[in-house]
Design a protein around this ligand. Structure first.
Ligand code: ADP
Ligand code: MG
Length: 255
């Protein structure tokens, strides 16, 4: 085991946009296997915090550690090989490719080019391609979309696209799955289906960070919840703990 501490640790993270403090000295941790929710009223700083964790931009100050490694200033694309994977609220999948190919896009190549002699390489390529298809199929099966594998991505509904995006994120074999408003725009049946899938992932030990507007969804899906308001963390605890927190109640009722 590389690291016996928390999987993710934010320490006094600050993000300023000019004179505006969007994230004000926020600290929290995600333990291995923990599902953490991040909620708060509009403008609370949720998306900005999510961007700092995923590496969209570095914070103005503070530190972020993942698996014991300092990632504060690591750009987003370097975080996937480290074991962090994210989904997008506006799903960014590849039009013209099949559902299966889109999931395969989430895998990083096991061997960079030039490491193997060319004959070996073509055999190795075919083996890798077969392996990649097999793994992608398994993931599609997991999200309940195996029967759509060969279809073009643009034929799917929003609910299905979100599931493909999760399968794509899982394809990299992450230690931490970060979901940006996964339930946004989904109907009740799709939301229930998504909740069931996340529960199954949680059961399998996946650590997750969920940013979501749907409070009922967060409260039922998460072990612990961070509540933000005006850039500040106002609560961090189990759903039961945060939902009886006066400051949390005031933040939601006060507007
Ligand atoms: P939430 O996701 O909780 O609704 P955000 O993190 O999007 O909140 O925004 C927090 C605050 O930071 C808001 O006041 C918002 O207007 C501001 N903000 C967010 N992103 C930027 C940016 N790129 N430039 C300037 N201000 C921003
Ligand atoms: Mg937001």
């Amino acid at each position: 085991e590389r690291n016996s501490g928390p999987l993710l640790r934010l320490e006094n993270v600050v993000q300023k946009f000019g004179g505006l403090v969007a994230v004000n000295n926020v600290s929290f941790e995600i333990r291995k296997g923990e599902v953490k929710g991040l909620i708060g009223p509009n403008g609370a700083g949720k998306s900005t915090t999510f961007d700092l964790v995923t590496g969209v931009r570095p914070p103005t100050s503070g530190e972020i550690h993942f698996n014991g490694i300092r990632v504060t200033r690591q750009p987003a694309h370097t975080r996937s090989p480290m074991g962090m994977a994210r989904t997008f609220q506006i799903v960014r999948l590849f039009r013209g490719l099949s559902v299966l190919e889109n999931v395969q896009m989430g895998m990083h190549p096991a061997f960079p080019d030039g490491l193997l002699p060319s004959i070996l390489r073509s055999a190795e390529r075919r083996r890798q391609e077969a392996e990649s298809r097999k793994r992608a199929m398994k993931l599609l099966d997991f999200v309940g979309l195996a029967d759509r594998a060969g279809e073009r991505i643009e034929t799917l509904t929003l609910g299905q696209l979100r599931l493909v995006d999760i399968a794509r994120a899982l394809a990299s074999g992450p230690d931490l799955l970060m979901l940006d408003e996964p339930a946004a725009g989904l109907n009740d049946a799709e939301t229930r289906n998504l909740a069931e899938m996340l529960a199954l992932l949680k059961k399998r030990g996946m650590s997750m960070l969920l940013v979501e507007h749907d409070i009922d969804f967060i409260m039922s899906a998460c072990d612990t919840v961070v509540v933000m308001d005006h850039g500040t963390k106002i609560a961090d605890g189990t759903p039961a703990e945060v939902s009886r927190n006066r400051e949390v109640i005031a933040a939601y009722i006060g507007r």
